[in-house]
Design a protein around this ligand. Structure first.
Ligand SMILES: Nc1ncnc2c1ncn2[C@@H]1O[C@H](COP(=O)(O)OP(=O)(O)OP(=O)(O)O)[C@@H](O)[C@H]1O
Ligand code: SF4
Ligand SMILES: [Mg+2]
Length: 322
């Protein structure tokens, strides 16, 4: 059985009279030990998708569809069950560790908290486990006594990963886990995440604007645009030979791992992604697409087969090779 199954997920933020459809009909499947990367420019709905998986969205967000974690329906879970699942079932590693860690508590105590709460461990057992976890993420045990500001950015992100591993989750969702780090440290943290999920057979859903980072780390890739997956398939193939024009622009934009300059404007792609509150009709990518034809402004596109284990949402796919 899949660790994670997402079926026809919609997330709409409602503020006043405007409604912002941030995720529009996403389907995903992820098995134990597999690594799925979700890529796309700023605002395409990546974090909304990540937060939806554990129902961490603000009250203004409306969700429809299905999210199954080990077969259990996340959207139907009662509050108590959801709290347990957020540690023991799945955990999230966010981008800026400084904001996610509590500045006034020692990092060892912060890692111990879920172990004490959800594992019913004694303080001595929790301390031992914290030591093991720190060693696992490549930090000396003595760092347990440090406060977040006494650690480097890379060390803080290692602490976040230790916290995510604390209760042996089945799924880790990593939302831009290395974006704030410099390139060398970024590569180290990516290798660490890769090694840990392989050792423990954890399913990993990793989010990044950087297709290169994801292609290097993940087995499969999903490219999001305006709240939808527009291309998916084996990571190396999508990165090396994207079938959707947006996937092609993204892979051309990230020839090197971790190039923050490309974040807002992938090379060769004019304009910005659309505001989800006023999406263009037809294929939402048509105002920026270099190979758009007249029909693109009126015909909506859904994912269709684009080769073995590959799918893309473009009218040229299937009609002819781009
Ligand atoms: N709480 C909210 N209320 C209303 N709209 C929101 C809210 N959070 C996000 N949005 C909107 O939903 C869309 C998707 O945002 P999201 O944060 O999921 O994008 P993202 O792909 O993670 O972008 P980034 O790469 O910048 O992190 C954006 O248009 C954003 O403005
Ligand atoms: S459907 Fe048209 S606009 Fe959309 S990606 Fe394909 S060619 Fe471009
Ligand atoms: Mg985000």
């Amino acid at each position: 059985m899949s660790v994670l199954e997402v079926k026809d997920l919609y997330v709409t933020y409602g503020s006043g009279t405007t409604s912002v459809p941030a995720v529009r009909g996403v389907d995903l499947t992820l098995a134990a030990g597999r690594k799925l990367g979700v890529a796309g420019e700023s605002g395409c709905g990546k974090s909304t998708l990540a937060l939806a998986l554990l129902r961490l969205l603000p009250a203004s967000a409306r969700l429809t569809g299905e999210i199954l974690l080990d077969g259990e329906d996340v959207l139907a879970m009662k509050w108590g069950r959801l709290r347990v699942v957020r540690w023991a079932g799945a955990s999230i590693v966010f981008q800026g560790a400084m904001h996610s860690l509590n500045a006034v508590h020692r990092v060892g105590d912060q890692i111990a908290e879920p172990i004490l709460l959800h594992r019913r461990a004694t303080p001595a057992e929790a301390r031992t486990r914290v030591g093991e976890l720190l060693q696992h993420v490549g930090l000396p045990v003595s760092r347990a006594d440090a406060y977040p500001h006494e650690l480097s950015g890379g060390q803080r992100q290692r602490v976040m990963i230790a916290m995510a591993l604390a209760c042996d989750p089945r799924l880790i969702v990593a939302d831009e886990p290395t974006t704030a780090l410099d390139v060398m440290i970024q590569a180290q943290i990516l290798r660490l995440i890769e090694q840990l999920v392989a050792e423990k057979d954890i399913a990993l859903l990793m989010i990044s604007h950087d297709l290169g980072v994801l292609a290097d780390t993940c087995d499969e890739l999903a490219v999001m645009y305006a709240g939808r997956i527009v291309e998916e398939g084996p990571a190396r193939e999508v990165y090396g030979a994207a079938r959707h024009p947006y996937g092609q622009a993204l892979s051309a934009a990230f020839p090197r791992i971790g190039d923050p300059a490309s974040r807002r404007a992938p090379r060769g792609l004019p304009g910005d992604p659309p505001d989800p509150a006023s999406l263009p009709g037809g294929c939402t990518f048509h105002p920026r697409c270099p190979v758009a034809v007249d029909a693109c402004a009126s015909e909506d596109q859904v994912l269709v087969a684009a080769g073995e284990e590959r799918r893309a949402a473009c009218l040229h796919v299937g009609a002819k090779q781009l």
